[in-house]
Design a protein around this ligand. Structure first.
Ligand code: P6P
Length: 331
C-alpha cells in the first residue's frame, strides 16, 4: 500500500538526487532499497561519462573507434567508454544481474545472480555528434527479473514488454547534464552541479504539454516515408510549426518533452522496421512520455504495448505531445 506519492511528499526543488530517492523510497514502505541503489549506480555512471565527454576535445577519446557494433554501425571511442563505464557501475553496484546494451549482441551477465533487476540501455545515443559538440544521451530501462533469483538471467527477463518496465529514463549530456527518470509516479529532472558533484532536482513533476509547435523529423528521408507521414509534415508546414531536428534522439526528445512537440522516426526504405531500437530507446522514452502525459506510438498502437521478440529489434516511433502524436498517426 503506498502511503504518499513522491510528488505528494512535497519534495522541494534543489534537493540532491540522493535525498529525492530517499524521500521517494519512504513513499513505498515495503521498498527494500535495491532500486534506490540501482538508480544511484546509474547516476554515478552518468557523472563519469559526463567527465569523459567534457574531455573529448582534449584527449584522444573522440572520433571513430574503427569498429562496428551489433547494429553494424561505426562505434565511436566514447561509445565503448560509456558502455564499459555503465557495465562497471552496474556490476559494482550489485543490484543488477544482467545488462542488455546496444553495443553488445548478447546479455552481459554481471555475476550478481542475487540481483533482482535487469537493465537495457543505449549507453551513448547520437554519438556521431560527439565530434561536433552536439548533445548526446544515455537511455536506460529497468525491469524486475522474472527468472529465478540466484540463477543467471535469461532472455525472458529482457523480453517482458514495455508495460513491465519498473523505471526508465535518460541522461542528456548537453549545455548542462541532466538525469530525467520515472519509477512510475511522475517524471522528474535533475541537473548536474559540477561544483558539488551532485544531481540536483531542477525539473519537478515534468508534464509534457498536450500540444506544441515543434516537429522533429529527418526530412532528408521524406521521399521514403509512408503517405500519412508526408501528409502530417505538410500540415506542420501549413501551420508554420518549427522544424527542430539535431540528429540526437535524447536531445530532440528532451526539448519536446519540456516545450511540447513531436519526434518522428518512421519506417524508411533503408530501415523498413524503423531505425530506433525497441528495448533500449523506444520503450524507455515511451515510458517517460506516458508518465508525463505524452504519447508514444509505432503508427498502429502504443509503443509500450508492442510484444518484443528479439533484443535489438527496431520500431517506427511517433513520440511526444499527445495531441500531436494522435494527429500524426491519424487517430
Ligand atoms: P538519421 C542517432 O544515430 C539516432 O539513433 C538518434 O539519436 C537520432 O535521432 C537518429 O538516429 C538520427 O538518424 O537517420 O536522421 O541520421
Amino acid at each position: 500500500m503506498i502511503t504518499k506519492t513522491a510528488q505528494e511528499l512535497a519534495i522541494p526543488v534543489g534537493v540532491t538526487l540522493d535525498r529525492f530517492i530517499m524521500h521517494s523510497q519512504s513513499a513505498f514502505p515495503y521498498a527494500t532499497g535495491e532500486l534506490s541503489q540501482l538508480l544511484r549506480d546509474i547516476a554515478l555512471a552518468g557523472k563519469i561519462i559526463n567527465r569523459e565527454i567534457n574531455r573529448a576535445g582534449l584527449v584522444d577519446i573522440a572520433g571513430g573507434n574503427g569498429t562496428e557494433n551489433v547494429q553494424g554501425e561505426n562505434q565511436q571511442k566514447l561509445d565503448i567508454v560509456a558502455n564499459i563505464r555503465f557495465i562497471r557501475a552496474l556490476k559494482n553496484g550489485g543490484e543488477v544481474c544482467a545488462i542488455l546494451s546496444e553495443e553488445d549482441e548478447d546479455i552481459i551477465h554481471t555475476g550478481n545472480n542475487h540481483g533482482k533487476y535487469v537493465v537495457a540501455m543505449d549507453p551513448l545515443d547520437g554519438s556521431s555528434n560527439i565530434d561536433v559538440n552536439v548533445s548526446i544521451g544515455t537511455v536506460f530501462s529497468i525491469y524486475r527479473r522474472v527468472s529465478p533469483i540466484n540463477e543467471p538471467a535469461t532472455k525472458e527477463d529482457f523480453l517482458q514488454g514495455g508495460r513491465k518496465q519498473i523505471a526508465a529514463g535518460y541522461i542528456l549530456y548537453g549545455s548542462s547534464t541532466m538525469l530525467v527518470y520515472s519509477t512510475g509516479d511522475g517524471v522528474n529532472g535533475f541537473t548536474y552541479d559540477h561544483s558539488l558533484g551532485e544531481f540536483i532536482l531542477s525539473h519537478k513533476n515534468i508534464c509534457c504539454p498536450t500540444n506544441g509547435s515543434i516537429y522533429s523529423i529527418n526530412e532528408g528521408h521524406y521521399n521514403s516515408y509512408p503517405e500519412f507521414v508526408k501528409h502530417y509534415i505538410g500540415t506542420c508546414k501549413e501551420k508554420s510549426l518549427s522544424a527542430r531536428y539535431i540528429g540526437s534522439l535524447v536531445g530532440d526528445f528532451h526539448r519536446n518533452l519540456l516545450k511540447g512537440g513531436i519526434y518522428l522516426y518512421p519506417s524508411t526504405k533503408k530501415d523498413p522496421k524503423g531505425k530506433l531500437r525497441l528495448l533500449y530507446e523506444c520503450y524507455p522514452l515511451a515510458f517517460i512520455a506516458e508518465k508525463s502525459g505524452g504519447k508514444a506510438s509505432d503508427g498502429f498502437g502504443p509503443i509500450l504495448d508492442i510484444v518484443p521478440s528479439s533484443f535489438h529489434q527496431r520500431s517506427p516511433i511517433y513520440l511526444g505531445s499527445a495531441a500531436m502524436v494522435e494527429k500524426a498517426i491519424g487517430s
